[in-house]
Design a protein around this ligand. Structure first.
Ligand SMILES: *Cc1c(COP(=O)(O)O)cnc(C)c1O
Length: 334
């Protein structure tokens, strides 16, 4: 069988279908697979004015025997519930969330790249669709899952990408929405990101907005590091979006005998790190080559990110069924 070629850099490409569920009067309907990827909506819909919307991102992999498996969908389901709670949107139960993913991945199975050639990226999202100009939660919602074949996100490969800390941009306010995948968080990261790109940086590293002394995370991925003693370090803060990739990498690190520390990470501590990476579903781990702050390099990689790339290799081997899934992370779809 021929499988779809993944697009570069997460360029959208239409597949056979997406799945849509509608919420009204307290209930989700049973959902429909839809081939038209456009949607008719009132100009007064809550999502268009007040950003009442949240999303998720996860992947499905084709194994050597042709079977298709989704990686940790129950974790994404729980995280979307937290987003919905914060943005006053109706809860999507874990069973419904995973059922939606299974149905749409099955229907689009021909778009799951061949074994080892990438993955199917799965994008569940939910938004307020009823006309509501007054500032109030929408009376109706759409829960949609779209899928598309993808390859690797950054062209940086294993040599690393350049990060910048801007003195005048924050990602997440204390007690704000940084800890959930609210659509609006990503609108406010567009400008700092674009400014980074036009200055030859690849990604933005954010500090905590209150004291600007602690490392938080990158615009769309978590910060992870290996210190001089070989320990796995990742910042803990109520304003960080808890990455499922980070959680998985930590478990792999622990299982391989490394010490894992999840704690406050002062900016001053950067110099103690041997390796730094950005992690998330899209990138898995991208090693960082350099971090600039106020026009100066405050961290530069001295050695290849060997430890991080070893953990990444184990993580990908589990996803591809080249290593036993001892954590039971994969859910078989087909
Ligand atoms: C989605 C996201 C991540 C990565 O989360 P994963 O579950 O690993 O994909 C990290 N940081 C932010 C801000 C995110 O939105």
């Amino acid at each position: 069988m021929q499988h779809a070629k993944p697009t570069k850099n997460f360029q959208y490409s239409k597949t056979k279908s997406l799945i849509r569920f509608h919420w009204k009067d307290g209930n989700w309907d049973t959902g429909r697979l839809i081939t038209d990827d456009t949607f008719k909506i009132s100009y007064a819909a809550t999502v268009l004015h007040y950003g009442q919307s949240a999303f998720e991102g996860l992947k499905a992999f084709r194994h050597a025997d042709g079977s298709i498996h989704v990686f940790r969908p129950y974790e994404n389901a729980k995280r979307m519930q937290r987003s919905c709670e914060r943005l006053l949107m109706p809860r999507v139960d874990e069973e419904l969330f995973v059922e939606a993913i299974c149905r749409v991945v099955k229907d689009n199975h021909e778009y799951v790249p061949a074994f080892g050639q990438g993955a199917m990226y799965i994008r569940p999202f939910i938004f307020g669709s009823a006309a509501t100009i007054g500032i109030a939660p929408s009376a109706e919602y759409e829960f949609v899952v779209l899928v598309m074949p993808v390859g690797d996100y950054y062209s940086g490969g294993t040599s690393g990408v350049n990060a910048v800390i801007w003195p005048d941009f924050d990602r997440a306010a204390p007690f704000g929405t940084g800890h959930v995948k609210a659509a609006g968080n990503y609108a406010s990261d567009l400008l700092p990101s674009q400014k980074a790109k036009s200055n030859n940086y690849d990604i933005v590293l954010y500090l905590d907005a209150k004291t600007r002394t602690l490392i938080e995370e990158f615009g769309t991925s978590n910060f992870i590091a290996i210190d001089q003693d070989g320990n796995y370090i990742s910042p803990k803060s109520p304003t960080i979006l808890e990455s499922i990739t980070n959680d998985s990498l930590r478990r792999i690190a622990e299982t391989s005998g490394m010490q894992v520390e999840c704690r406050k990470v002062p900016l001053e501590e950067l110099k103690n790190f041997r390796e730094i990476g950005a992690c998330g579903t899209a990138v898995v781990i991208t090693p960082i080559a350099n971090i600039d702050f106020q026009g100066e390099s405050i961290w530069h990689s001295q050695v290849p990110a060997k430890r991080l790339l070893d953990i990444k290799a184990t993580y990908q081997a589990i996803q591809n069924d080249e290593q036993e899934d001892i954590f039971s992370w994969l859910v078989k779809v087909l």
